[in-house]
Design a protein around this ligand. Structure first.
Ligand code: UN1
Length: 508
């Protein structure tokens, strides 16, 4: 790993704040980043204190004055170069993501690929920040709308996608003319430092104003500062529903804008008309990929009663094949949870499920011994449960899958929708009527609804996000860019008269 750290410019002790190309000694307490892979300390980071935060904000404000006047395609060209740099650093950055966060190497590379993809998307977008034109009701008048940058975008990201989610926000915000301040999870600070170093190379080569790419690594207090800071018109936050409610309330109280990506409780409906081979792969990857730590992780399977036993047996057999261990070893399917706190939550959820009457078909448990020294490796578990169990209504960020039965499609959809969260959902069926009913306005109430693929692994081209307690935000593709801009309606009079709208007469 030393060569990976060296390639990404990570030192034994790192500053926790940056204005783009310049690091600022954070001034706060020093923390260590430990790998959940082997429990070893990777490097240290000095967290940002209030003074460092202020410096980053000031620089961002100054930079915005210049950056907003760059032609958008010019900003797009800089983002294109960021995409090129990410291609160059894909291998070390993917490895660091895997080592610091604990996801499989393939998923680490996949995450960097999502960054590259969003750069490409943003480059095209930089020439397509379109507004509409309208016909004025008055003669000699023209109306149109244009989209202007907002200012500083605060990005609070989670440990589970330590680099991709930041890039979805940042690359769009940059082409839109905004400047960004990133508060990454303090569980994965080195991934953020690596990104900052990669960006810095591109920014230096292009003389981008210092302050366009700010970084403040800190604990929850820094997140609170961002949420409460009226100098930050948009706060994009990814994480738990509890965190999102606090951020949403603080930003709302100052009438700022927030983009929230919070918990999911994603289900797959397995119809009697499903292709069961496809369904098995979709369900198992969805449930155990990233060790169950995606917001799109499959947490519930709603299975038709006529195929329930057959599917359950196939699933249990598939779980027996899973290899748990070092995520950098590509023979393994499942890596560790992020830390021991997450392991505790996993254990509690299993206990709670049992107490509520759940029956485990694949038992969970924490692994120990050679290769599992970090104490963060757990066995993916499968339980038969009832939709109304409190634990089933709740998102546990771990590989625990709950199975339930249904009879009619209406019943399956009601179970699927009957949770507080609304991120991702899918149905496995070859029956057109069922598929279309699931996608209709009486179907899934989630932001993402799929047919014959699982709940996780969304492409960047679509708008990503969900309803209800998931927070309602949309980021990444489609027209998600609009939230990063302000709309201005312009009416221009090129006549020699001043007719008033609505035919109002006002003569002097
Ligand atoms: C998240 O877990 O916060 O759809 C994002 C997926 C990924 C993104 C997940 N593209 O699973």
């Amino acid at each position: 790993m030393q060569d990976v750290l060296a390639a990404l410019g990570i030192k034994a002790s790192n500053a926790g704040a940056s204005t783009g190309t310049q690091w600022i000694a954070g001034g706060g307490k020093e923390i260590s980043s430990f790998s959940p892979v082997d429990g070893k300390e990777i490097a240290k980071v000095t967290l940002a204190n209030e003074e460092a935060y202020e410096r980053v904000i000031k620089k961002a404000q100054e930079a915005f004055a210049e950056w907003r006047m760059y032609p958008s395609p010019k900003r797009g060209d800089i983002v294109r170069q960021v995409g090129e740099a990410l291609r160059k650093y894909k291998e070390p950055l993917g490895k660091l993501v895997s080592y610091e966060m604990g996801k499989s190497l393939q998923e680490g590379y996949g995450e960097v690929q999502e960054m590259i993809d969003i750069c490409d998307f943003a480059v095209g977008l930089s020439r397509q920040l379109h507004g509409l034109t309208m016909h004025s009701e008055r003669p000699g008048h023209r109306m149109y709308e244009q989209w202007h940058p907002l200012g500083i975008v605060g990005i609070i990201s989670a440990f589970n996608f330590p680099v991709a989610v930041w890039s979805w926000n940042t690359m769009l915000a940059w082409v839109c003319g905004d400047v960004c301040i990133w508060k990454p999870s303090e569980k994965t600070p080195l991934c953020a430092i690596a990104c900052q170093n990669i960006i810095s190379e591109v920014f230096q080569a292009n003389n981008v104003p210092e302050g366009v790419c700010g970084l403040v690594i800190g604990e929850a207090a820094i997140g609170e500062k961002i949420a409460n800071d009226p100098r930050i018109p948009l706060v994009s936050a990814t994480g738990s529903t509890r965190m999102g409610k606090a951020v949403g309330a603080a930003v709302g109280a100052r009438l700022g804008r927030s983009l929230l990506e919070l918990g999911g409780n994603n289900a797959i409906i397995i119809s009697k008309d499903a292709d069961l081979d496809i369904a098995i792969v979709g369900c198992v990857f969805g449930a155990v990929g990233t060790a169950g730590q995606r917001c799109t992780t499959t947490r519930r399977l709603i299975i038709h009663e006529s195929i329930y036993d057959a599917f359950r047996d196939k699933l249990v057999a598939a779980y027996k094949q899973l290899r748990i261990g070092d995520p950098l070893d590509q023979n393994n399917h499942v890596g560790p949870l992020i830390d021991k706190g997450a392991v505790e939550q996993y254990q509690k959820a299993i206990e709670k499920c049992k107490a509520e009457g759940g029956r485990f078909l694949v038992e969970g448990g924490v692994l120990d011994g050679a290769g599992y020294e970090s104490g963060c490796y757990v066995k993916p578990a499968v339980a038969e449960a009832q939709p109304h169990f409190e634990i089933v209504q709740h998102e546990t960020f771990a590989p625990i899958l709950y199975l339930m039965k249904y009879n009619t499609l209406e019943e399956a959809i009601a179970i699927q929708n009957g949770v507080p969260q609304g991120l991702s959902s899918s149905i496995m069926t070859l029956n057109l009527r069922e598929a279309e009913s699931f996608l209709s306005s009486a179907g899934s109430d989630c932001g993402i609804a799929n047919v014959n693929i699982g709940t996780s692994g969304a492409e960047i081209g679509g708008a990503f996000g969900g309803e209800k307690e998931t927070g309602g935000g949309r980021e990444s593709g489609s027209d998600a860019w609009r939230v990063y801009m302000r709309r201005q309606t312009n009416t221009i009079n090129y006549s020699t008269q001043l007719p008033l709208a609505q035919g109002i007469k006002f003569d002097l």
